[in-house]
Design a protein around this ligand. Structure first.
Ligand code: SF4
Length: 468
């Protein structure tokens, strides 16, 4: 048995108690794993950005400063960064923004965490600042609302797909806008190419959603999303939460927000908002109902000391926080980033819940990965920490079949880049497809996909391989 992990390596045959107390083989020490996930940045990292160089920690970490000074145009980016990036980079961003389906909105916090010595490959830049030079043509099978949320919407902004759950889009704005957003059909401002379906935070629309939920006693669980509930006022968070708690058959609900990952300062200093979330969660516990917060970190570099400070305020009040990650090429599609993220979230006691294979979203084909990437990553991270902190790697099937585990495909042709799934509990009898990015296929397959008849053949023969 190793006494000092630096010098000796324990054998797989050693026997001890694991975290659940059962007696079994103790894992080997892994020299490729370390404790760097605990080293949260606590330096004045914003000072290398010219416009923020003179700001004190108190000024920079003021959530109102963060909110008021988001980067919303390529011109503003240049004003803030000055000569921090090249003219060619600025031109690339400007052209990217013009072609993008999402409006640009990036917090000073995230902007400062980008490595401006190599922005082209930085994982935070990749998620929020489009570069036209990186764009790839969309997959020919892409549809705008690929998850078919609008088809399952009995009331504007309410999706009822799974029998016992409903998705409530409370508003259509966010503290930042992510390039890869699945709801780019509705979230954010209209862009040059897209006129969006807007879901404003109006009481009238909310009342229609509440009425629907009241009338459907099979619904036990609601996801309150958007847009992003970080942008709701404390009174709105409270009204929404208490209304849901008052519905007898609602047993649990989740507030979904990317806020902690992109503007953690709000958790530290917006007492009213934190108080509203925590107050609703406490009231839920009194009624034996569960209220949790689901957030959305994608890379360990997004998590700093201020993030921990903010999340600790929710932990102090007993709020359960879980995380959902989107798998993205060039962001977190490698073992080091995914392991680092899982370990860092676990360290903060945020439960890594899901890793989603990137949905088919217009204009961000360069961010999608193959299904095989997700399968391999899942194998690599399972075992890195306790099982309840290992996220499920899933894909949300196009066409409304819901989430399927990446290993549960009925058919997957890696050469043709097509996977087939079934979803017996959600859409019995139907088949759902996943399409790998075309540029990841060999040239012969790319040519086949470019031909409409060949495309139909590929899809039809994949469908035929699955009999049930
Ligand atoms: S915060 Fe969420 S809803 Fe808003 S743009 Fe990002 S992914 Fe979409």
């Amino acid at each position: 048995m190793a006494i000092n992990g630096d010098t000796e390596i324990s054998a797989r045959t050693d026997v001890g108690a694991d975290e659940d107390g059962c007696t079994c083989a103790v894992d080997e020490h892994r020299p490729d794993l370390d404790d760097s996930h605990r080293d949260l940045r606590d330096d004045e990292f914003w000072r290398h950005v010219p416009a923020y160089a003179e700001l004190s920690a108190a000024e920079f970490h003021d959530h109102r400063f963060q909110s008021r000074n988001c980067i919303t145009t390529a011109r503003k980016l240049r004003e803030v960064l000055q000569d921090g990036a090249s003219a060619a980079f600025y031109a690339d961003v400007e052209a990217g923004v013009n072609r993008s389906t999402m409006s640009l909105r990036l917090s000073p916090y995230l902007l400062s965490l980008i490595n401006w010595d190599a922005p082209e490959t930085d994982p935070i830049r990749t998620q929020f600042l489009p570069l036209a030079s990186r764009f790839r043509p969309d997959h020919p099978e892409l549809h705008f609302d690929s998850l078919n949320e609008q088809a399952d919407s009995p009331v504007a902004g309410l999706t009822h797909r799974y029998r016992d759950r409903a998705l409530f889009l409370a508003l259509d704005t966010c503290p930042v806008y992510c390039r890869f957003c699945t709801r780019s059909y509705s979230v954010g401002l209209d862009t040059e190419g897209v006129e969006k379906v807007h879901f404003g935070a109006t009481l009238e629309r909310w009342e229609q959603a509440f009425d629907y939920i009241r009338q459907h006693s099979e619904i036990e669980d609601v996801v309150v999303s958007g847009g992003d509930m970080y942008n709701l006022k404390a009174e709105q968070v409270e009204l929404l939460g208490r209304t849901l708690l008052d519905i007898d058959h609602i047993r649990r609900f989740r507030y979904a927000t990317k806020g902690p990952a992109v503007m953690p300062q709000k958790l530290v200093s917006d007492d009213d908002w934190v108080g509203a979330v925590a107050g609703v969660a406490e009231e839920g516990r009194r009624r034996h109902k569960q209220v949790s917060l689901h957030t959305h970190f994608n890379h360990p570099a997004e998590i700093t000391a201020i993030t921990q400070q903010g999340l600790n305020r929710l932990l102090d009040r007993g709020v359960i926080v879980r995380n959902q990650t989107v798998l993205q090429r060039g962001v977190n599609d490698n073992v080091a980033a995914m392991r680092g993220l899982i370990l860092r979230l676990s360290y903060l006691n945020v439960q890594p819940y899901y890793v989603f294979v990137h949905d088919m979203v217009r204009g961000v084909e360069e961010l999608r990965t193959t299904l095989q990437t997700a399968i391999e990553l899942e194998k690599e991270v399972r075992g890195v920490t306790a099982g309840y902190n290992i996220p499920a790697f899933v894909l949300d099937t196009m066409g409304g079949g819901g989430k399927r585990h990446v290993h549960s495909y009925e058919h997957y042709d890696r050469e043709q880049g097509i996977g087939v799934f079934t979803s017996p509990a959600v859409r019995p009898g139907q088949k759902f497809f996943y399409f790998d990015p075309i540029d990841e296929l060999n040239e012969a397959q790319q040519t086949r996909w470019a031909d409409a008849d060949e495309r139909r053949n590929i899809i039809e023969s994949a469908r035929q391989t699955v009999s049930r």
